[in-house]
Design a protein around this ligand. Structure first.
Ligand code: C2E
Ligand code: MG
Ligand code: MG
Ligand code: MG
Length: 278
């Protein structure tokens, strides 16, 4: 996996550890400058209604094309940026860029769908995040139904009340909130009960073998049913095959996102596809 990213860098440092250290130094040194120099781009991956197969939303996914070392994956630079605080700059840049795009679509009377922005848990600890969101929406004059936020699922029960309050702050602006990556790492089922979310995004690792594994089927079925009980919509992420879609439809999953329908697209491609979406 790491060999696919920062490819030019890998040739220079073919020792794995050396490569990781260099990568970290480059991210820490260059991220701010690269944001100013427009080395970042946003791709949009549609979420599809499992019954109508129409696009109902799209997720903003950041990309960094470093001018010297090439493509660096968000899986590499986001964790580093979370540690040194640069994530807040990234987050603000993404919010602003997405609001600008939404405004352009409205002005040009393009078909648009709500755009979901990933928020790192670290970003929720900035005391003026909500003001920034509100002010940016005002500045570009866009309405809240075109925005959504995705927050990664966490088992950190010590701060669950804090997280829930921030979720409510965002919802009070009229913006929907999803729980992202449900079922990974530090998963906790009771978060589903305790967090005031609108949408649950089930991580791809949970449904990856749904075609052949009966236990996976039961697990997915149970999670989807529980979410329904709580009035939470369900998206399955990283769906790559028709067979997976058919099973998830049977389980009354609401939406799917994955290569089976669309990969992350540049804004022009997304707009083109949305033209035929209604
Ligand atoms: P995520 O939010 O869970 O996004 C889903 C990831 O799965 C994306 O990777 C997407 O390209 C990939 N994916 C989508 N469909 C499929 C599929 O069918 N198969 C497979 N194998 N993968 C699929 P990506 O774009 O590399 O992003 C990785 C993570 O980086 C995201 O996971 C998110 O946590 C984070 N991220 C991306 N953009 C931002 C951002 O603007 N802000 C923050 N805070 N985090 C971001
Ligand atoms: Mg996400
Ligand atoms: Mg996810
Ligand atoms: Mg993820």
């Amino acid at each position: 996996e790491s060999k696919k990213v920062g490819d030019k860098l890998y040739y220079l440092y073919n020792d794995e550890l050396e490569y990781k250290i260099q990568q970290k130094l480059i991210v820490e040194r260059d991220l701010k400058r690269s944001l100013k120099n427009e080395e970042f781009e946003i791709l949009y991956q549609p979420k599809v209604d499992i019954n109508s197969e129409k696009i109902v939303s799209a997720e903003a996914l950041i990309r960094w094309k470093h001018k010297d070392v090439g493509y660096i994956s968000p899986n590499i630079f986001i964790p580093i940026a979370e540690k040194n605080g640069d994530i807040n700059l990234i987050g603000r840049w993404v919010i602003k860029e997405v609001c600008k795009e939404i405004k352009k679509c409205e002005v040009n009377k393009d078909n648009i769908v709500p755009i979901a922005i990933n928020l790192s848990r670290v970003e929720l600890y900035q005391n003026n995040l909500i003001d920034y969101i509100r002010n940016t929406m005002k500045r570009y004059d866009i309405s809240p139904e075109y925005l959504e936020f995705e927050i990664t699922e966490t088992a950190a029960l010590n701060d669950i009340d804090y997280i829930n309050n921030r979720i409510r702050d965002i919802k009070s602006l009229g913006i929907k909130v999803s729980m992202d990556d449900f079922g990974t790492g530090s998963s906790n089922l009771s978060n589903l009960k305790r967090l005031d979310i609108d949408v649950l995004k089930i991580d791809r690792t949970l449904s990856i073998d749904i075609e052949e594994d009966e236990k996976t089927k039961s697990l997915l079925k149970a999670i989807i049913n529980l979410a329904k009980e709580y009035n939470i919509d369900v998206v399955c992420e990283g769906i790559e095959s028709r067979e997976q879609v058919d099973i998830l439809r049977e389980f009354r999953c609401d939406m799917v996102q994955g290569y089976v329908y669309y990969r992350p697209l540049d804004i022009c491609k997304l707009k083109k596809i949305l033209k035929g979406n209604k």
